[in-house]
Design a protein around this ligand. Structure first.
Ligand code: FES
Length: 104
């Protein structure tokens, strides 16, 4: 699938992400050397993997209470913010456009 990441200058980087490796979007973006701390290792406990979904939000699974509770601790939460560690790469996510939360 293709996932697009918006850069600070507004341009998009298009990435060909594998769906057959059981990776989350967080793990994949980290592997692509995006600056994501993911301190909790994907347990929905740190919110450092937060991304803002610019396009394709409707393609994503609804968030769990745990994801919502962690996102809710962010002072600058946006309605389209998600935890990338809770989004397992899947065919449905083809064409998704995200931006790392807090990166201007
Ligand atoms: Fe910690 Fe996603 S990696 S909440």
């Amino acid at each position: 699938i293709t996932v697009h990441v918006q850069n600070p200058d507004g341009t998009l980087t298009s990435l060909e992400a594998p769906v057959d490796m059981g990776l989350s979007l967080m793990e994949y973006l980290k592997a692509c050397e995006y600056d994501i701390l993911a301190t909790c290792g994907g347990m929905a406990l740190c919110a450092t993997c937060c991304v803002d979904v610019l396009e394709g939000e409707e393609k994503l699974k609804e968030m769990t209470d745990d994801e919502y509770a962690m996102l809710d601790t962010l002072p600058d939460l946006l309605p389209n913010s998600r935890l990338a560690c809770q989004l397992q790469l899947s065919h449905d996510m083809d064409g998704l456009v995200v931006k790392l939360h807090g990166v201007e």
